[in-house]
Write a protein that binds this ligand. Sequence first.
Ligand code: UGA
Length: 440
Amino acid sequence: MIENISVIGTGYLGATHAACMAELGYNVLGVDIDPEKIDSLSRGELPFHEPGLPELIRKHVDSGRLRFTTDLEEVGAWGDVHFIAVGTPQQAGGTGADMTFVNAATASLARAITKDALIVGKSTVPVGTARRLAKLVEEESAAGVRVTLAWNPEFLREGFAVKDTISPDRLVVGTADPADEAILRDVYSDALGRDTPWINTDFETAELVKVAANAFLATKISFINAFSEVTEAVGGNITTLADAIGHDTRIGRKFLNAGVGFGGGCLPKDIRALQTRVGELGLDHTMRFLDEMDQINLRRRDRVVNLAENILSGDLTGKRIAVLGVAFKPLSDDVRDSPGLDVAVRLFSGGADVAVYDPEGNRNAAKRFPRLGYVDSLTEAVTGADLVVLTTEWNEFKALTPADLESLVGQKQFIDARNVLDASEWEGAGWRFAQLGRHF
Ligand code: UGA
């Protein structure tokens, strides 16, 4: 009977997983090497924005079911199942995944464990990692205790992290031993709906399912964005195109929203890491199309900057531009590889006076690029603007009408880089109005 669950790494994934495991009824200990993070989590405070998560953490910190520590020795003596949820960022100066944190966390955990336990990797890793770490765990764990490893990739989306963890649309588990599968089935029994697919497989498949899913999602987005380049040239409506092909259930409408493209801490770095990994395996050609997907994606940002230059007659100097949205997507304060922030910085570098407003993302953006002008409201951002650029589709921006802005802006010029507004309404109200995938 599993009672004590630890989660190693209390970043985005780890903090969510720890809180959700407490919600499922377990005693949970979250561990991190960062004492500041542990202090704030112990007070029930979350260092990032995720709807519903602060409430869940506070609930279970108060109930005593969820604790946080920096002491790995305590964790090793206490846990029955240990989830590894540390980051695998893109290597500095490279395109592969930086495995430093996963390697270090697994080795030190294995050494700290003093009772039989299962270690479960959740991080997104290059294929081959789990098999290598299983061996490492065997070598590093103390004689007389049985410590094994399983791989259980995570598919949660920022903004929906709690829901995706507590009621996942599938669970994928890579194990080398049926006993480990049985333990994980037990752990997740309350998260499994009657029809939730449970996929038990080998290490390699489990690792690859995760990167294949993200590569497929990135491909869908870049696919439609490639057609944007065509409709921009010849005319046509990219949203109607997406709707029409999306009616074919084999294709599906989701992730076919054309716009400024994908960003965040997962899709961009995962497609680069996958390509790098298959290259290491001698399969350089196999995933070359992902490089194309990456390029299509980055070209969308160029397009927005070019449109801005075009609308402002080729000279950004001194022009006031409101950038609406620097979080990589709505319901998040994450600005990692954010298309909106990238566009804002490039407009600023071109000489524009940029006013950035994002309901949640300003603080993180300001840490990275303090020189941009950050303002606290939409009204402040657009007041006196020569151009408004919508880069993240927050509800507050999707609800905008020409009448809301008319009396505030300096010039009636707008780029809707997420294709969420009705062009005819804005043009009808006398605006110069550009969208992606639309002839301009
Ligand atoms: C992504 C995956 O969707 C999750 O399943 C996965 O677990 C996660 O990465 C991860 O690896 O941890 P996330 O990064 O939260 O989740 O964001 P998505 O919702 O996938 O959006 C990614 C980007 O694509 C955003 O910048 C979004 O604006 C963009 N996007 C999405 C589009 O440009 N068009 C679309 O049609 C959909």
